[in-house]
Design a protein around this ligand. Structure first.
Ligand code: DCP
Ligand code: MG
Ligand code: MN
Length: 366
């Protein structure tokens, strides 16, 4: 979810960062190879500027910052001297606005947005009218129908209150008699599976005032021979019946697995409540720490942790921290050998092995 949080992190070079961000967003909407490259280089530069403690005064000072090249240093000087960046005007071509608008439809990426633009669409009404003979997938239709709701962030209190409805339903399912009782969301404390772990991650766990979606983690220790396998389809059915889940956006292929990812829309049961995005992740008990770390984010902090791991010869993903991973020298993304897992059960372990001082979730920004 790319939507910005309103509580931006302020810093001494905020005016420069904002202009460069605006320019980066314009390149993001474009399709060229050079645009992708520019987005990458601006994002690197913006991150460097966020970490730079002093107000930039000169070209040479800008250039001395790791991640800032000559061209960007010149742009920085233009912003300092004129308060503006002319390049933004040049890049603001008339397609960008429509492309960004279309990309706000869940399930629509840059390619499809461009295709629709090339078919003559400019507004959401054009999309609704299927102007130019364009076709929408079922998920995109949902995305269009709930456009405003999906592109809005919810107050954290709302995320919490929706989660407080979901948690007891998730827990009661494991009692073994879940089919026999007609579950009423207001009186679920009949018999709870105390071993089921269900919690919110993402921006909520980081303590943000608003959340783009609700990210829920589900897992269960296996010591008593019971796992959470098979729980998700039942949970989803219960949440639909309780009118908390309203639309499915992505269902797992194989529901019997222990690792599952569900994406959908949910809402408070009140009739005028907004529809909110929800992700439910089921993970194996052994991988819970790595999953919690990854899905708590934020994405920039995750990137820094992955880089730290790589520097030390490890590899970090949402399943765990691996040692002895062998990568294809021609394409570093391809793993020749998966290596062995050295930490995954707790976040603390992963921090410790990487030599990173513990950071509370609210401190995990880059
Ligand atoms: N994540 C990541 N890289 C991605 C997508 C996600 O590292 N490309 C991780 C970090 C995120 C977490 O997953 O913090 C949850 O993803 P969300 O998109 O739900 O992002 P947040 O919860 O952080 O923010 P929002 O309030 O917008 O949902
Ligand atoms: Mg989220
Ligand atoms: Mn999410």
């Amino acid at each position: 979810c790319d939507r910005k949080e309103p509580e931006q992190r302020e810093c001494v070079n905020q005016d420069i960062i904002e202009k460069l961000e605006e320019l980066m967003e314009l390149h993001k909407a474009k399709l060229g190879e050079d645009d992708r490259w520019r987005v990458h280089s601006y994002s690197k530069c913006i991150r460097a500027l966020r970490n730079y403690p002093k107000k930039i005064k000169s070209f040479n000072e800008a250039l001395s910052i790791n991640g800032v090249g000559e061209k960007t240093a010149r742009k920085i000087m233009e912003i300092i001297e004129t308060g503006d960046l002319r390049r933004i005007g040049y890049e603001k071509t008339d397609d960008v606005e429509a492309i960004n608008l279309f990309q706000g439809i869940y399930g629509v990426g840059r390619q499809i947005a461009h295709m629709w633009y090339n078919n003559g669409c400019r507004t959401l009404d054009d999309i609704r009218a299927r102007k130019g003979g364009i076709k929408l997938s079922h998920v995109q239709e949902i995305g269009l129908h709930f456009y405003d709701d999906i592109n809005d962030r919810m107050p954290r209190s709302e995320a919490e209150s929706i989660f407080n409805l979901i948690k007891p339903i998730g827990k009661v399912l494991r009692c073994g008699f879940s089919r026999a009782i007609d579950l009423d969301v207001t009186q679920t404390a009949l018999k709870l599976d105390e071993h089921l772990y269900i919690d919110i991650m993402g921006s909520f766990r980081r303590g943000k005032a608003t959340c783009g979606d609700i990210d829920i983690l589900v897992t269960r220790p296996t010591s008593d021979g019971i796992t959470h396998a098979g729980l998700l389809p039942e949970l989803l059915a219960r949440l639909h019946a309780a009118k908390i889940l309203t639309e499915d956006l992505a269902l797992p292929d194989d529901f019997s697995a222990l690792e599952l990812c569900y994406r959908g829309l949910c809402k408070r049961p009140e009739p005028d409540a907004k529809h909110r995005r929800i992700d439910i992740l089921c993970v194996s008990w052994e991988n819970r720490g790595a999953a919690l770390l990854y899905y708590t984010g934020d994405d920039i902090f995750n990137r820094a942790m992955r880089m730290k791991a790589n520097v030390l010869g490890y590899s970090l993903n949402q399943r765990g921290l691996y040692a002895g991973v062998v990568r294809d020298p021609r394409n570093r993304r391809v793993k020749i050998s998966a290596g062995n897992i050295v930490a995954s059960e707790t976040e603390e372990e992963i921090f410790r092995i990487l030599g990173v001082p513990w950071q509370e979730p609210h401190e995990r920004v880059r």
